[in-house]
Design a protein around this ligand. Structure first.
Ligand SMILES: [Zn+2]
Length: 273
């Protein structure tokens, strides 16, 4: 039995296999070792803001109290839509946070999660971001200097390639293999002029076109994929769990259904094993 507030599962890629941990920074358990075993999550009917720990009735912006959700830069709309980054206008909610997290190199990548998708990530979040999305393969195609620039490119490519994952499909497994290098070459061909123009707009040295990036393959600890994906929530069930059949993205796959751990950020639980 362990008691803690849920947070995004911690991930690591070792020998092409995603490894997951859950708990606190100082005291966490290796979830991969629970595959095939019984695991139960008991909701203690308490939610704490993931930033300031205040007891709250309802979480905003994925785990925050209302005041934090309107005050913190990490809860601003531009985090979901990077092309709206307004740091350059001098209106960032927390300029120092923006400097540390947005005014740093970002990658635009192609991934295969539930099919082809385009996405962006901070350089420091590779390959975590890909594991969080349940991608089975990912390929960085551009390196840019800021979050804003990455958002502009993502939007450009999104007219041709999806920028979202169908999580139900992702959790069913059997993802058809894709040649990401071929897809990259097609995109470069299709958007060559726009990329050149944007390179000119952003200035010399701001953008690096990764013509020979490396594909990262990711395997997940899964014994069995569900035939029908039924979603479990601690808002509806006080106890969630059963036999742990797998972990993919930020989901635990039980014989009783799947639960998105990230969407329960801040929920106080007791883990029974
Ligand atoms: Zn708060």
């Amino acid at each position: 039995m362990k008691s803690f507030n849920l947070d995004k599962m911690n991930t690591e890629l070792r020998d092409s296999l995603a490894h997951y941990r859950m708990g606190t920074k100082l005291d966490s358990i290796d979830l991969n070792s629970f595959l095939g075993l019984e695991l139960k999550i008991h909701f203690k009917k308490e939610i704490n803001c993931t930033h300031c720990a205040t007891l709250i009735k309802k979480a905003y912006a994925g785990g925050y109290c209302y005041p934090c959700s309107i005050k913190l830069a990490e809860c601003d709309m531009c985090i979901l839509k990077p092309e709206l980054c307004h740091y350059a206008n001098g209106t960032c909610r927390q300029p120092s946070w923006g400097e540390a997290n947005c005014m740093i190199p970002h990658y635009i990548y192609l991934a295969n999660s539930s099919g082809l998708k385009v996405g962006i990530t901070r350089g420091t979040q590779v390959p975590t971001r890909w594991i969080d999305q349940g991608a089975v393969a990912a390929l960085p195609i551009l390196k840019v200097s800021t979050r804003y620039q990455s958002g502009v490119f993502e939007k450009l490519f999104a007219s041709e390639v999806k920028d979202k994952t169908d999580w139900r499909k992702m959790l069913k497994g059997n993802i058809e293999e894709l040649d990401l290098e071929e897809k990259r070459d097609e995109l470069f061909e299709l958007f060559g002029e726009s990329i050149d123009r944007m390179e000119g707009d952003f200035g010399a040295g701001e953008i690096e076109i990764l013509e020979r990036g490396l594909v990262t393959s990711i395997n997940y600890p899964v014994l069995e994929y569900p035939e029908k994906v039924s979603s479990l929530s601690l808002d509806k069930h006080e106890v969630v769990g059963g036999t742990l059949l797998g972990i993919k993205g930020q989901y635990l796959i039980f014989n009783t259904g799947v639960i998105n751990i990230r969407s329960h950020t801040g929920y106080k639980i007791e883990l029974e094993f």
